[in-house]
Design a binder for this molecule. Structure first.
Ligand code: CRA
Length: 793
């Protein structure tokens, strides 16, 4: 009987879904909930990933090529079902299946919990890389932490950010396979002993790292890699002795202590927390990953000198930088290699990506903490530092200085290549944080400008635009994104322009409906202007809101004027401990409340701030955006990746010469980009000007009036910390850039009114942004850093 068989990929997808509903979930279709359907679909799709996954693993073994290991504290993967369905070409079948049951396939997919195992750009980049590595056939593993709680859930209480726990793991999902056999003991603290000529670290405390594997399928199922996340568990689950003695809480203590390590993601993407637990997390997943890498290597080869030929380990920022000392420790203490050889071998394997120049984000740990938690590593770091000093007696840089262990210089020295994430960022790295190391090790620094996966950010998120492009040029653009250039001639074709415009209009209507459900009505014909990202002073959401206030004030002066109706959309979270960023959120919400309720202007200007920004919300906002706000203080945003997603989806950028904005502008053309503001060197010079903020405020009556309104309490509270900051040192030069921002914003409005011309510019943005595919970025890493070759199955 057919119904009795286990679903196999050979069956139709519809059969497989039905069978999973019945056999895996034990539900009949008349009582199935949305979650049941979503799980049945996920399992059916997952079945189809397994064969290419096995085949990829086999091919990687057979070819004996190089494997890439991407170590990252964060993987902001979001939902996986839609990605997998899109990549396996199953979307139409799925849509039909659910349609015939009166269900919307998208709703089913949106039932999936959003895996928010990252903070922002760095974590999302890692997720885009995983997908691209599978698409281009780069044999790779992602290694990270299986956090029980991802990034906090944001809500607003009277305009202020509230943080609630995020618990994606309490909701069912189908993607991970627990690997009980892949388990390592990870130690902390204790002592280092000398036994004859062997040095032995005897940790005081140990936890187990258990692997959970998620297959990551590439475009058209061509290849599949593994994301392996580590979960911490206790060696002894339960202290029966204490339990029997009546100490019920104490009995569970070993378990709680161990589990704490993989309990929560640190909710901060730029400032390093300095906590013992953070260092424990970093060592925990790095050490487990290295053991796993060496185990796999040992099963295939017996000469450790071959490691750099077979193994590339990429450090996503300094978070896994302890990998350098740990790999040396494993090679010396456990494999008996000579110290200098071990350093050379480790350097041959390691690459390090720097993601920020912000000084507060450069990790350092006190020597005391490092010695306490990782005593053998502290010794090895001292040896590495001494080795470096011997080779460069005139060096000024230190790996241990000011009582701290400096992870940036350690990562730099232990890697054979160090990369920045945009052309400008890489140049600034050479001139600033790593100037000295760059002098000592020329040619080590390379640039790999970030990218984004077009499967998720265009094909999945924007089906209307995708259909239009595919109808015009075929679907070759999906894995060869620069082929979008082929639509460039169509920018002058009015029927294509109308269709492009109609797709955007429909996306805007969807977003308007979504915001409407959240209590904010907006006109889908107004201009949609979007700034979505973490809230940070350098990203300058306060510059945007100040300009919004000034615009509102002018509208109020003359409500009959020929104003362009617009919706200012903000979304993003602030780190819970970042007081100033939370004030900015409060200010935006306070301004929104007043402006949205103003009968004189509410048909002209609205401010929307949907709470709890995450990957799924980005997927709704970006396709509907017409204006992309990329307004960071020049020199501060290492790259940005949202900027790329917007340009591809046909939003025009208003932005500074910062991060990848510079490259976006070069590619899309200066005439299709609204540039404003000081350059990075001008910013540095401006800070030296006495009272630069006071002068800028005095010179711009609009700015002064907007700030006066805040101070006067027009928006409820008076936000003294923001006003004082702007009138005082204004480090991020909000006031100095205000006038030029105002000018560019008005020019943009003029351009927007000419629909045909605006749409032409938007099409050119799409057509010319194909270079920002993360497939291109990954091929760059493979060629310049990893020396890895693409494989096929
Ligand atoms: N916060 C940068 O600030 C960059 C991403 C990914 C960041 C962004 O400009 O696009 O990395 N840096 O490269 C970071 O996390 C620790 O530093 C980011 O996401």
């Amino acid at each position: 009987m057919k119904d009795m068989t286990i679903p196999r990929p050979g069956d139709t997808l519809a059969d497989a879904i039905r069978q999973h509903l019945k056999f895996s979930l034990g539900k009949s279709s008349d009582v199935a909930t949305l979650t049941d359907w979503r799980m049945a679909l996920s399992l059916a799709v997952r079945d189809r990933i397994v064969d290419p996954w096995f085949a990829s693993t086999r091919a990687a073994y057979d070819k004996q090529g190089k494997r890439v290991y991407y170590l990252s504290m964060e993987f902001l993967i979001g939902r996986l079902l839609e990605d997998a369905t899109v990549n396996l070409g199953l979307m139409d079948e799925v849509t039909e299946f659910f349609q015939s049951r009166g269900l919307d396939a998208r709703k089913v997919m949106q039932d999936e919990p959003d895996a928010a195992l990252g903070n922002g750009g760095l974590g999302r980049l890692a997720a885009c890389f995983l997908e691209s590595m599978s698409t281009v056939g780069c044999p790779a593993y992602g290694y990270g932490i299986r956090y029980e709680h991802g990034l906090f859930r944001q809500s607003f209480d009277r305009g202020r950010q509230m943080e609630g726990p995020e618990d994606w793991l309490t909701e069912a999902h189908a993607w991970e396979y627990e690997r009980t056999e892949a388990q390592y003991r990870i130690g902390f603290g204790g002592q280092v002993k000398q036994l004859g000529d062997r040095t032995v670290w005897q940790p005081a405390e140990t936890v187990l790292a258990r692997a959970y594997d998620t297959p990551m399928i590439g475009w058209q199922g061509r290849w599949a890699n593994t994301l392996r996340l580590w979960s911490a568990r206790p060696e002894t689950v339960f202290d029966l002795g204490r339990f029997n003695a009546g100490d019920y809480y104490g009995a569970a203590e070993p378990e709680n202590l161990a589990r704490t390590i993989s309990r929560v993601l640190y909710p901060d993407d730029t400032t390093e927390d300095g906590k013992r637990l953070r260092l424990k997390q970093e060592f925990f997943f790095t050490a487990a990953s290295l053991r796993d890498i060496l185990r796999r290597f040992d099963s295939e080869y017996d000469d450790l000198k071959l490691l750099p030929e077979k193994v590339a380990i990429q450090l996503n920022d300094t978070h896994p930088a302890i990998a350098g000392p740990e790999l040396v420790r494993l090679l010396v203490d456990e494999k008996g290699m000579a110290f200098e050889d071990a350093v050379t071998v480790a350097q041959g394997c390691l690459g390090y990506t720097n993601h920020t120049l912000l000084p507060e984000a450069l990790e350092r740990w006190s020597v005391k903490l490092m010695t306490d938690l990782l005593p053998r590593h502290m010794q090895i770091i001292e040896m590495i530092d001494a080795m470096h000093k011997n080779a460069h007696p005139d060096r000024k840089v230190e790996m241990i200085g000011g009582g701290d262990v400096q992870m940036g210089p350690i990562a730099f020295f232990m890697a054979h290549k160090v990369n920045g994430v945009s052309a400008l960022h890489t140049e600034l790295m050479k001139e600033t944080v790593f100037a000295e190391l760059n002098r000592l090790h020329p040619n080590r620094i390379v640039n790999e400008t970030n990218g984004i996966t077009p499967r998720r950010w265009v094909l999945g998120a924007n089906p209307r635009l995708s259909r239009l492009v595919t109808d015009a040029i075929g679907d070759g653009w999906v894995d060869d994104l620069e082929r979008l250039q082929e639509i460039e001639p169509l920018a002058d074709d009015s029927s294509f322009r109308d269709a492009y415009d109609a797709a955007k209009r429909a996306n805007k209507a969807d977003l308007a409906a979504y915001l409407g459900q959240r209590g904010l009505s907006v006109d889908p014909d107004a201009m949609f202007d979007v700034q979505i990202k973490r809230i940070h002073e350098y990203k300058r959401q306060h510059l945007n809101i100040l300009q919004t206030i000034a615009l509102w004030q002018e509208m109020k002066d003359a409500p009959q004027g020929n104003w362009l109706p617009q919706v200012k959309i903000f979304a993003g979270k602030a780190a819970p401990g970042y007081v100033f960023a939370k004030e900015i959120i409060h200010l935006i919400n306070a301004v929104a409340e007043v402006i949205n309720a103003d009968p004189d202007t509410s048909h002209l200007l609205k401010v929307a701030y949907p709470a709890n920004y995450n990957v799924s919300l980005a997927e709704r906002l970006i396709p509907a955006a017409e204006v992309s706000q990329q307004i960071s203080t020049a020199g501060k945003e290492a790259s940005g990746t949202g900027n790329m997603k917007f340009a591809l989806n046909g939003a025009l950028t208003i932005g500074t010469l910062d991060g990848a904005n510079v490259e976006i502008r070069e590619l899309v053309g200066a005439e299709n980009f609204f540039l404003f503001g000081m350059t990075a060197p001008e910013v540095v010079a401006r800070r030296e000007v006495a009272e630069h903020a006071k002068k800028a405020i005095a010179a711009d009556p609009r700015l002064k009036r907007a700030m006066d309104a805040i101070e006067a309490g027009i928006f409820g509270e008076r936000f003294p910390s923001i006003i004082e900051n702007l009138m005082g040192h204004d480090y991020f030069c909000v006031t100095s850039d205000f006038s030029d921002y105002w000018r560019a914003s008005r020019e943009l409005e003029v351009a927007y009114r000419d629909r045909a011309e605006w749409t032409r510019m938007a099409i050119l943005n799409t057509a010319r942004s194909g270079w920002f595919s993360s497939d291109r970025t990954i091929r760059g890493y493979m060629a310049d850093i990893w020396g890895a070759e693409a494989l096929t199955i």
